[in-house]
Design a protein around this ligand. Structure first.
Ligand code: 13P
Ligand code: SF4
Length: 384
């Protein structure tokens, strides 16, 4: 075992503090300390039977993931949601943008439920529709909009996906960003891509998968005129990267990679493409959460792995593979706080409400936004 241990700080649970974001759960939320929560979740799921389909993102807590009918990365979960037209309720244990996508991809009669409405995503919040529309207007003025194809990461709000659908673009996930970029470059002669909202996924995919250099990419800062670029720089760029990032993956550093390599000979560094370019440059393998899981599953016993992604997943991988030496690529706790909002009390509350015939925390996307976002999502689903 290496000297960098998995952090095991207790997570804050219990009282619902959604009021911070102005989101209250109607009715009683079970106490996190209630010893019967597991039994209650099981009983509620059983009572709902085939009417409910529970999706769990890989970053969810163990206490929640045990009740998922399917687990996956955001791409797999989007497909899985679309493949269950008979389920009346889709309970999405993930974050808001995933539940929105599930609503867009499922029938209007199906109801998508997010057990805690405060489970958002700080990266998705970094690209607001008004900002993106302003950026587009600036690109029109700069004379480049005709050659720009917008591509948004799944980790974006439905209205940003709709913007991409309306402007001839697509959605991508970390599993298919390269295929989406290839598709986008084929859409127009001299195409350049506006990549939203994660600059790191955009840059890493452009450089490691498409053969571009970092100099082919410019960053668009929505608070500056022309995103902080000259018109000449915009004209020369192949990738215009929105200045967004994941606060969880942004923590991994080159220093820890170097330190681990010094301490553990032969250690494999395996990271998610939301990590900074400098970290990915130093890594051995890069890929989506689904890729990370498969890579570890296929690894030889006795091998060492430092994994740069959300801690719930890394801890689960370490527990599932005691024959491999698996450590977290950060010295500090690094959970995604919004993913962690979905805990067992919220899941029990959502399921028991459904049993009583009460649909709580339903996520709906208005039909016009949904139709345009669906265009962009369908372009992505056609790629895979
Ligand atoms: P994937 O599920 O695409 O691997 O993305 C990770 C993530 O950050 C989801 O919020
Ligand atoms: Fe958003 Fe990052 Fe959390 Fe994923 S891990 S939900 S990108 S903040």
């Amino acid at each position: 075992m290496t000297t960098i241990d998995l952090p095991l700080l207790p997570l804050g649970k219990g009282k619902d503090v959604n009021s911070e974001r102005g989101v209250e759960c109607p009715g009683d939320l079970p106490a996190a300390s209630d010893p019967s929560l597991v039994e209650r979740a099981r009983a509620a799921k059983e009572a709902l039977g085939e009417r409910v389909f529970v999706l769990g993102h890989h970053y969810q807590r163990d206490e929640v993931i045990q009740f998922a009918d399917v687990t996956g990365d955001s791409f797999k979960l989007a497909r899985d949601a679309a493949a269950r037209p008979d389920a009346e309720f889709i309970v999405f244990c993930g974050v808001h943008f995933m539940a929105e996508s599930a609503d867009i991809l499922t029938a209007p009669t199906q109801k998508v439920i997010l057990p805690d409405l405060a489970a958002g995503c700080s990266m998705a919040d970094m690209a607001r529709l008004a900002q993106v529309e302003d950026a587009w207007d600036a690109m029109v003025d700069a004379g480049i909009a005709d050659s720009v194809v917008p591509v948004t990461y799944m980790n974006s709000s439905a209205d940003i996906k709709a913007f991409c659908g309306k402007h001839g673009g697509a959605v991508c996930t970390s599993s298919n960003a390269d295929a989406a970029l290839e598709w986008a470059f084929e859409q127009k002669p001299d195409a350049k891509i506006l990549f939203l909202p994660d600059q790191h996924l955009g840059r890493n995919t452009a450089v490691f998968k498409m053969g571009f250099t970092v100099d082919d990419c410019v960053v668009w800062n929505p608070r500056l005129p022309n995103g902080g670029n000259t018109v000449e720089e915009l004209k020369a760029a192949r990738m215009i990267l929105w200045q967004g990032h994941c606060s969880v993956h942004g923590r991994f550093s080159e220093e820890v990679v170097d330190e681990l390599r010094g301490k553990v000979p032969g250690i494999n560094i395996l990271v998610h493409p939301e990590c900074k370019h400098e970290v990915v440059l130093k890594a051995d393998f890069v890929g989506s959460t689904e890729y990370i899981i498969k890579k570890v599953e296929a690894a030889e016993p006795g091998t060492s792995w430092a994994i740069g992604t959300e801690l719930n997943l890394v801890k689960r991988l370490a527990a599932a593979h005691p024959d491999k030496n698996i450590v977290f690529l950060d010295k500090n706790v690094c959970y995604c706080s919004t993913m962690n909002r979905i805990d067992l009390p919220h899941l029990v509350w959502a399921l028991e409400s459904l049993v009583r015939g009460e649909v709580v925390n339903r996520i709906t996307v208005d039909p016009v936004t949904a139709a345009h976002a669906r265009t962009a999502l369908d372009r992505m689903l056609a790629l895979a």
